[in-house]
Design a protein around this ligand. Structure first.
Ligand code: LLP
Length: 406
């Protein structure tokens, strides 16, 4: 049975900790991780959780405890991962567009590193030569992903070194005798088609003979999870079979480790954003239900036109009616337009599903509103894992000047 929190558990969390509230269900993360390890059980594989999706250190510790590795996209994520207890050997730093200082810092911390520009590759070579194994992030020129904003492998993308610049890469590698241990690609997010990964593998297989010291091939993340009713998750078992087949049949690839960097697949469905309805407003165009949240807490619907399932858990037997769910901030923060929902009353609890990945993590203090609290549920136990902001948080880093008035 798929792990899911019930409306009763969610209402209990809302009553205990208040709203708006992010709730993460640890058992669901474990279930998703189990799907990955089962699907790839025949392969020499490592899963690096792409922690940009959700970095609460308690979630990181939980993910460490179930055996995953971790992928970071900024040096502070690396530091959080180490702080959470991941050994450096299980930490990967896949950055883009960063200053070389951060790469040097990551090297001092002893983590795995993927470099995404010729310029940093050259600096790395000059500084360390062959002394520290490193990976190269390539841009494979493959269009994939749910929408352009989350497509990262196509031929206009800023991410990675374009694969057609292989000659330049090889010149730098040779000049400084760089120890290339990993080749990396990540084509996008919300990928349902297993063949996208097979295409990526083909691009990489063409060039692996140039890197005789290679230890691993990193195929990135992006496994699709269902957001809407009727949506399907990527067929992870099919992907497992296809990837194994490809690696087994290639003489140079079969001894390589295969790395993946799933973010959404591990933490999207574990997360719920609980809100309450502040006001109802009938208009000619629609009936608005304004919740005590907005794009300051969950920006995905406004930023990517992403769909999140929303349910009124306070009135399961209420007659269905259309509502537009909006936030309370001073922007057009429409979560859903004319969506059928059980009758909404002011004060009802509305839950936003699939809020675990890129939910809290992309939240802000816009309008000087507080970020929500976060709660983790393990089995029957609910624990607060981040306090809601308070006024002091908004003033914490302000350097106050004397008023001009005397
Ligand atoms: N690896 C790399 C190098 C990445 O850039 C990403 C995501 C991942 C792995 C994980 O992708 P995932 O498995 O989560 O799809 N904020 C957007 C998604 C942007 C993802 C950026 N990179 C969203 O909410 O849809």
């Amino acid at each position: 049975m798929s792990e899911q929190l019930t409306p009763q558990q969610l209402i209990a969390a809302a009553k205990e900790f208040g709203t708006p509230l992010y709730v993460y269900h640890a058992d669901k993360i474990k279930e998703q991780y189990g799907k990955l390890t089962t699907a790839f059980s025949g392969s020499n594989v490592r899963f690096f959780y792409a922690c940009k999706a959700l970095t609460n250190v308690n979630v990181l510790r939980y993910i460490e405890s179930i055996g995953a590795c971790i992928d970071c996209s900024a040096i502070n994520e690396v530091k959080l991962a180490l702080y959470a207890g991941f050994p450096a050997e299980r930490v990967l730093y896949t950055s883009n567009g960063i200053a070389f200082d951060e790469i040097a810092e990551a090297k001092e911390l002893g983590v795995n590193i993927n470099i995404d520009s010729l310029s940093n590759l050259e600096k790395f070579g000059k500084a360390y030569g062959h002394t520290y194994p490193v990976g190269i992030r390539l841009r494979p020129n493959i269009m994939a992903g749910g929408n352009l904003k989350i497509s990262t492998g196509h031929d206009k993308s800023k991410f990675g070194i374009p694969v057609e610049q292989l000659d330049k890469i090889l010149t730098v590698v040779k000049q400084y005798d760089i120890f290339i241990a990993d080749l990396h690609i990540h084509t996008g997010s919300d990928i349902k088609d297993a063949d996208v990964f097979v295409k990526g593998i083909e691009v990489l297989f063409d060039i692996i003979p140039h890197f005789p010291e290679l230890k691993s091939v990193d195929l990135g993340g992006g496994f699709k999870v269902p957001y809407k009713e009727g949506d399907e998750e990527i067929d992870i078992n099919l992907l497992g079979r296809k990837v194994k087949e490809a690696f087994d049949s290639h003489p140079q690839a079969k001894n390589l480790e295969i790395w993946f960097e799933p973010g959404k697949f591990l933490v999207s469905a574990c997360g719920y954003l609980l809100t309450q309805v502040n006001v109802l407003k009938e208009t000619k165009a629609t009936t608005f239900a304004s919740v005590n949240s907005g794009f300051n807490h969950l920006i995905r619907p406004m930023f990517y036109d992403a769909y999140h399932r929303i349910q009124n858990i306070s009135n399961p037997d209420g007659a269905e009616k259309n509502y537009s769910i909006v936030g309370n901030i001073c922007e057009t923060d429409t979560f859903a337009w004319d969506r059928p929902m059980n009758e909404i009353r002011e004060g009802d609890y509305l839950v936003f599903y699939n809020a675990g990945a890129y939910g809290f993590e992309m939240s802000s203090n816009f309008n000087s509103r507080f970020k929500p609290a976060e709660v983790m549920v393990k089995g029957e136990v609910m624990s607060l894992i981040r306090r809601r902001d308070v006024m002091e948080d908004l003033l914490r880093n302000v350097v106050e000047q004397e008023s001009e008035r005397d």
